[in-house]
Write a protein that binds this ligand. Structure first.
Ligand code: HEM
Length: 222
């Protein structure tokens, strides 16, 4: 997806996504290494990102990430394909690696940073006068029935002092929801706005995957 200002959500689709999640970086490493070895006859590893929790669940910009995320139990109802649907019990996944221009972001006065995100920095309160080109102003969108479109985000900061950003990872029951939000972020939705965050962070990789239900995975593996 390429926006009118040249900002793009690049597609770097691969065959398989393995998401290792846990509080222990050492154990995550062991699991990732074991997974690479077990798949080595059929797949090669082309991209790997190790994330971490930054302060009190903040993105590296310093803003809390996840405030409006649905709680995990509620998220199951929202993003898992229902009984009877193809792939029932599974969920679609979007993964994008964003590289932040942290020097540019942090050079903005805090009030301006807040206008980019659409929330206050210390305590993540939505701005009363939400700018239409703020991140929150672009990603909060309703469907044709007037219901707010919900996705479930599990993004993590990653990187070093040289290059850092956000590994965006989110789940949905309908890929069109991702497409709609991305079109609003990248300025292709036709209302003349784009997300100012895309001026300060670049999506350098991205792909869609399908996370099957646990039972389906167990069935294939046995
Ligand atoms: C550079 C990449 C991104 C950063 C740093 C970022 C950061 C944030 C922050 C700080 C918030 C406000 C707190 C919260 O409710 O979580 C937020 C909200 C949100 N973001 Fe992002 N985000 C990024 C990319 C994306 C992308 C690619 C999507 C969707 C495809 C997305 C979807 C959302 C949604 C749905 C919300 C909740 C808005 C609400 O209900 O108020 N974000 N993000």
């Amino acid at each position: 997806m390429v926006g009118p200002h040249g900002r793009s959500a690049v597609a770097t689709q691969h065959d398989l996504l393995v998401w290792v999640h846990g509080d222990r970086h050492d154990l995550n490493f062991d699991a990732a290494l074991a997974t690479r070895r077990v798949l080595s006859d059929v797949a090669c590893l082309v991209e790997e990102t190790a994330g971490f929790v930054y302060r009190d669940c903040r993105d590296l910009t310093g803003f809390v990430d996840g405030t409006e995320n649905p709680p995990a139990e509620e998220a199951r109802e929202l993003v898992i394909l229902p009984e009877g649907a193809p792939g029932a019990g599974g969920s679609y996944v979007l993964v994008q690696r964003w590289v932040h221009d942290l020097d540019a972001f942090h050079a903005l006065p805090t009030a301006e940073q807040e206008r980019v995100i659409g929330r206050t920095k210390p305590d993540s309160v939505e701005l009363d006068d939400l700018p239409p080109d703020s991140h929150v102003g672009r990603v909060v969108v309703e469907d044709e029935a007037g219901e707010e479109i919900e996705i479930y985000r599990r993004s993590v900061p990653y990187g070093t002092a040289a290059e850092a950003g956000l590994l965006f990872l989110a789940f949905t029951d309908d890929l069109d929801k991702f497409e709609l939000i991305l079109s609003r972020m990248f300025g292709t939705s036709g209302d003349g706005f784009h997300d100012r965050l895309t001026e300060l962070s670049a999506a350098v990789s991205g792909g869609y995957y399908f996370a099957p239900a646990q039972e389906a995975l167990d069935g294939w593996l046995s």
